[in-house]
Design a protein. Structure first.
Length: 243
């Protein structure tokens, strides 16, 4: 039996430690010093379990993307390479001086973060904004991070969810699946001007029903009849729903 291990470091963001650093955040160098001073803890060996690999990804994006953290106590931090591990509901940081290690953030002081996505074949460079789902209709979802797809009088939010199906190839009733499978379970929500939040599908009919004030403009908007992805709908909403 082969057991694979990953090494994680704990990043402790204690309120006392953060407030103690407020006097040293005036410049970029000070901000980096402030961030470094928040890294603490020792290596922990975590078993990954046995399988023949993993199909799918636990992350919003597999790349280490530059990110700026927004703290609830407003303390500025230097940008860091970040991954959002949706499956395990955690944020991972890549230390510049230890590129082979990952630091797990204790995110209780993190209000949100911005990911800087570089230009590529999928499109130009863009900033992706994540924040807490504070207005979620279910209380258990309010600590989750959601991506802000569009923000006007209406707000379109994307909640990522990952479900792990473990390898099952032993025993008489096994499925024969030798790999762990990570399935995507994405849900979109529309926040209305009256602060109500409803799940919504990215179709013309669903968006018109959820936002009746925009129904006519959506029908007439360029690109709305063919829009399918959230990027395409974000472009449409940017035209018909301005603050």
């Amino acid at each position: 039996m082969v057991i694979r291990y990953c090494i994680l470091f704990a990043l402790l963001l204690s309120a006392e430690g953060v407030y103690a650093q407020q006097a040293n955040t005036g410049s970029g160098a000070d901000a980096q010093t402030n961030l470094n001073s928040l890294a603490a803890g020792s290596a922990a060996v975590l078993p990954r379990g046995e399988s023949y690999g993993m199909v799918g990804s636990p992350y919003v994006d597999n790349r280490w993307l530059p990110a700026r953290l927004h703290m609830t106590n407003k303390v500025p931090l230097a940008p860091v390479p970040l991954k959002y591990d949706v499956l395990n509901r955690r944020l991972l940081m890549l230390p510049v001086n230890r590129p082979n290690d990952s630091l797990q953030l204790n995110d209780r002081l993190v209000a949100g973060f911005d990911l800087e996505e570089p230009a590529g074949i999928a499109g130009p460079a863009r900033q992706r904004i994540f924040r807490r789902f504070s207005e979620a209709p279910s209380p258990e979802l309010r600590s989750d991070f959601v991506e802000v797809i569009h923000e006007g009088n209406y707000v379109l939010l994307k909640r990522y969810e990952k479900v792990l199906k473990k390898a099952n190839y032993q025993g008489a009733y096994s499925s024969g699946e030798r790999s762990d499978i990570v399935e995507d379970k994405t849900t979109y929500y529309l926040r209305r001007p009256d602060a109500t939040v409803v799940p919504v599908k990215l179709t013309m009919k669903a968006l018109q029903a959820a936002a009746p004030e925009l129904a006519g403009n959506l029908k007439a908007a360029s690109g709305a009849s063919t829009a399918k992805s959230d990027k395409e709908w974000a472009a449409v909403l940017a035209v018909v729903d301005k603050k």
